[in-house]
Design a protein around this ligand. Sequence first.
Ligand SMILES: O=C(O)c1ccccc1NCC(=O)[C@H](O)[C@H](O)COP(=O)(O)O
Length: 199
Amino acid sequence: MSELFVKICGLKTGPDVDVAVAAGADAVGFVFAPGSPRTIGADAARELAARVPESVLTVGVFRGQPVEEVRRLTEESGVRGVQLHGDEGPEYYEALRAEGRTLLRATAEHVERCGEYGEDLLLLDAPDPGSGKPWNWGSAQFTAPEGRWLLAGGLTPGSVREAVETTGAWGVDVSSGVERERGVKDPALIRAFVEAARG
Ligand SMILES: O=C(O)c1ccccc1NCC(=O)[C@H](O)[C@H](O)COP(=O)(O)O
C-alpha cells in the first residue's frame, strides 16, 4: 500500500507552511471560507503557496461561496486544489472541473464512493468543519466509501493512528489538532501528527 496522504489545513504563516512541508505533508490548506480564525486573503495565500514545492498540493478551503468567488480566489492565490464544505451539487464541481484543479468534496454525510459529484478526493469530516470536534468514525454503523478518501474532524497526534487503522482511510486532514490555541499552529504538533499518522 502506498504511503498515507496527509493534509495540514488552516495554515497562515510561512514558518508553519515550511514546517508542514518539511514534516512530509502531501497537501497544505488555506482557509478562504469567511468567519474563521484561520481565514486569509488571496495575497497572503499566494505568498504562502509560493513556498510550497510542486510535489505538495496547495488547497483553498471554501464554504458556501459563489463559484465566481471560488474561481477568483483560486486564480489570485494560485492554489492547485479546491476544497468545498458547502451544499454544492455536482454541477458546481462540473463548473470548476475545466480549470484543472484537484477538487476535494468535504461532507459529514454517508457516501458510497469517492467521485459521485465529480470530486477527485472525498473528505469525511465533522458537521462543524475546523471545530476540532471528532465524529463517530469508530462506530459499527460506519462504512468507509470506495476510492480515495480522507478522514478529518478532531484528529490529533494521539488519535490519528488508531483512526487510520480503524477506518482504513486513504488519507487524513487536520487543523485544530495541530494548534496550541484556536487558529495558531504548533510546529511540534504538526511534526508529531505527520509522524503518528504514518505510524
Ligand atoms: O478551519 C476552519 O475554520 C474552516 C472553516 C470553514 C470550513 C472549513 C474549515 N476547515 C476545514 C479543515 O480545517 C479541515 O478540512 C478539517 O475540517 C479538519 O478540522 P479539525 O477538526 O479542526 O481538525
